[in-house]
Design a protein around this ligand. Sequence first.
Ligand code: CA
Length: 148
Amino acid sequence: MSVATPSASQGLVQILLLEDEVHVATALQMVLREAGYQVAWAATGQRALELLAQTSFDLLLADLYLPDMDGLEVVRQARVQHPPVPVIVITGYSSLATALAALRLGTADYLEKPFTEEEITACIQRVLAGRGKDGGPRDNMPTPLLKY
Ligand code: CA
């Protein structure tokens, strides 16, 4: 599988991975690094908040079910950064309410575990392209579901 490299003019794309399950986090870090991204891993919500305060990330990949806090709190923090950090929510807990709560906070996308390497990298590329930092396409951004 060939994976598009992140835009060279922007330097390395920095991704914050919030995931408490070690085997998932380890596998995801390998996939993301192979795709050319720089990855910081936080196993707790508290750690993710610390990293968000220190570094300006290009993307947050967030699991919502954490041992120490609700992942939505971290998503909320990412969305009030300047500029707001795009968020892809990853979770094994499939519930419409959770998905809607995440989307309401302005998350860019939502992936349900288990997902494939191709699904996550395609999702990341789509979200990063949608930021339009270098005039990239915006027309493939997911349409917000919440109008009411
Ligand atoms: Ca979890």
